[in-house]
Design a protein around this ligand. Structure first.
Ligand SMILES: [Zn+2]
Length: 94
């Protein structure tokens, strides 16, 4: 008699599809937060930490928006609309 029943429970993934954002203007997270994380991850987000334009802008300066859009286009940065802030940025490094 086999010691184990060999029964396997297949926990099927809920098949939840990620609702990825492809446009920087639709990113719900504050771009300054995104910028901060990118900088910490050694990724240049379009402008530096001390960017005055960002300090003046409500949600990131033009360079930052362009930089983040480019990262999204390249697939280096993904945002998922339905996730809490903690998990909304994932970086797939080159
Ligand atoms: Zn900036």
């Amino acid at each position: 008699m086999p010691a184990h029943g060999g029964q396997r429970i297949n926990a099927v993934d809920s098949g939840e599809t990620l609702n990825l954002v492809s446009d920087v203007t639709k990113v719900k997270t504050s771009l300054s937060v995104v910028k901060d994380r990118l900088l910490k991850g050694q990724i240049f987000p379009g402008c530096g930490e001390e960017c005055r334009n960002c300090q003046a802008a409500e949600n990131g300066c033009d360079s930052l928006r362009r930089g983040i859009q480019q990262l999204i286009d390249e697939g280096c940065l993904q945002f998922d609309q339905g996730r809490p802030v903690k998990n909304d940025v994932s970086t797939a490094l080159l």
